[in-house]
Design a protein around this ligand. Sequence first.
Ligand SMILES: Cc1ncc(COP(=O)(O)O)c(C=O)c1O
Length: 448
Amino acid sequence: MNAPENKRLTAEAAVDLSHWWMPFTANRQFKANPRLVSSAKGVFYKTPEGREILDATSGLWCVNAGHGREEIVAAAARQLQEMDFAPSFQFGHPIGFEFANRLIEIAPKGFDKVFYVNSGSEAVDTALKIALAYHRVRGEAQRTRLIGRERGYHGVGFGGISVGGMVNNRKAFSGALLPAVDHLPHTHDLEHNAFSRGQPAWGAHLADDLERLVALHGAETIAAVIVEPVAGSTGVLLPPKGYLEKLRALCDKHGILLIFDEVITGFGRLGTPFAADRFGVKPDLFTTAKGLTNATIPMGAVFATAKVHDAFMNGPEGMIELFHGYTYSGHPVACAAGIATLDIYQREGLLTRATRLEKEWEDAMHSLRDLPNVIDIRNIGLVGAIELSPRNGVVGARAYDAMVAAFDEGLMIRVTGDTIAMSPPLILESAHIERIVSTLRKVLSALE
Ligand SMILES: Cc1ncc(COP(=O)(O)O)c(C=O)c1O
């Protein structure tokens, strides 16, 4: 494809970068040396000047079926023509129900209801609110405490940052976090688990810390535990073997709801539709977003078991059961995009394709072990992480330089701290894996 005609996009310098206050970005640094992409197809972006960039991050862990899927574009366009918007408070539209039915067909057994939101952050805050309200409707209103985990990322709403455990996302807002929150320890331990392939062997006992929190606060005050089955944004932290099973058993023992945040693990990332399938552990609620619509139209969804949902259905029939929702909950265009996305996932076998690629991906990732400054490599499904040692005690500087150099070499990676995190589109082929690895080898070999 030739460089786009649009003059605004033909040269970075021709775009005025002043007025967009960019999220999670060092704005001044970025604007001094911008990295722009302006078109995308399959596993590639193109820069405004026409350079090809291999997308090793599915955008932001979200374009699972690859970019520019025409079927999704057509479905969204059709829906925009037919009905651009309809309210979902006290009214409904068939496509919203149709999408929910399709989602429940692929959800782990026992999940029966879908609550639509517009992002992962909203999904998290919604799940936390459902958990609190669930205990209340059952007569256990004193269960108000939420348990998250150190190094967890659950989006940027006040609920999400309260249960989350990434210091920079919390510290400016520390005076306004939810009051009744505690945290489990994270599971990342290089001393025991460096260069593990798949789930690490050491660390299941870390789930027992929930007993300590129960002893400290009283089980009867705890509403829910929320964890990412695989923590992504904090640098790809895998659950030790047996850890999630223990967490499930302890939650059951103490009447605590277990919430999985599947915003990145959902929709085939780990080789199964959801992480709950992969690990064989069923939560009571789980959150999704991102891959739900292949990221084409913003949307998220909270999945609830019949047990959780039905607890709300006992009052008078004319009573609103849950005072919660968003103007765009179940947006018809997002539902149309979501149905087309599911069609692609199912027809192309993408919800399980990562299983077939996992070994090749794992070997490719671990082939970089000999490179300078590499202190750990982790992988599961189509997720990979390379942790670098910090440069002169400055956390993040080395990985940031790797990201910039990779972009110059035609590869998009994501970095968090000094970890390079990758989650390529599930349509990835062997040639792309080879290109990712050879580019990383070049970049990391040259890195100071
Ligand atoms: C596990 C998890 N939860 C929640 C979120 C927040 O999603 P969003 O950015 O759509 O609000 C993310 C985003 O990366 C995530 O990884």
